[in-house]
Design a protein around this ligand. Sequence first.
Ligand SMILES: C[S@@+](CC[C@H](N)C(=O)[O-])C[C@H]1O[C@@H](n2cnc3c(N)ncnc32)[C@H](O)[C@@H]1O
Length: 233
Amino acid sequence: MSPQLDEPDAKEILVASDAATRALSAAPVDTDFVARVYEKISSVYDLFYGPTLHAGRLESIGRLGIRAGDRVLEVGVGTGINAALYPRDCNVTGIDLCSSMLEKAERRIAGHRLTNVRLLQMDAEELTFPDDSFDVVYAPYTISVVSDPVKAVHEMRRVCRPGGRFVFLNHFLSSNKLISRAERFIAPLTVHVGFKADLDLPAFLVQAGLDPVSIEKVNIPRIWSLVTCSKDA
Ligand SMILES: C[S@@+](CC[C@H](N)C(=O)[O-])C[C@H]1O[C@@H](n2cnc3c(N)ncnc32)[C@H](O)[C@@H]1O
């Protein structure tokens, strides 16, 4: 299926010849490094990544097509900033690597008196759920954070039921040459504040074997993408 693409030149990039082999980022990190960074920034996460990324969260949640009774998995639930945005009649499981982020999420969920959200400490790259456990698997602002995005998205697809959707919301390397050069340059610095600025979407899609149903620009400015994939029924 050909994805619906917002960017006019994205199709051309999708077929770029070395997408199957090139590095996904100039700043590879391991999972222990990511865990340490998030333990450090958990107290200021909401301040820096709360309002700035919230338009994208609001826009995206409405596009997930969640129905009453759906089992939803949020990968990288962080401080639980999305928790109150999910419809109350779906069942949400939020997983995260980092205990101090999860502690904040626990408090937020209690504050909102949410009874449809449970939290678990788990590595996105080694989910402990059985295959086909969820109707919707959603990774908001997480795929450029994990150490191995291909492994994480394979796990997202595995735990998604046939016919369900797995979706990621993220900023990716710009298709503009000048901007992408700057993003690659700063990526070794941005990993210290929790993300890779230069995750290469076309290479990621090819290397993960993904054929998204849609890629839509969200947030303000519109430099974040909501990538929706469906698992074959
Ligand atoms: C940028 S935050 C996103 C939080 C939330 N989804 C939001 O919308 O603000 C990324 C989260 O992914 C978590 N994370 C990073 N690597 C992970 C992994 N391998 N498994 C599970 N969570 C991970 C981090 O601890 C962090 O809480």
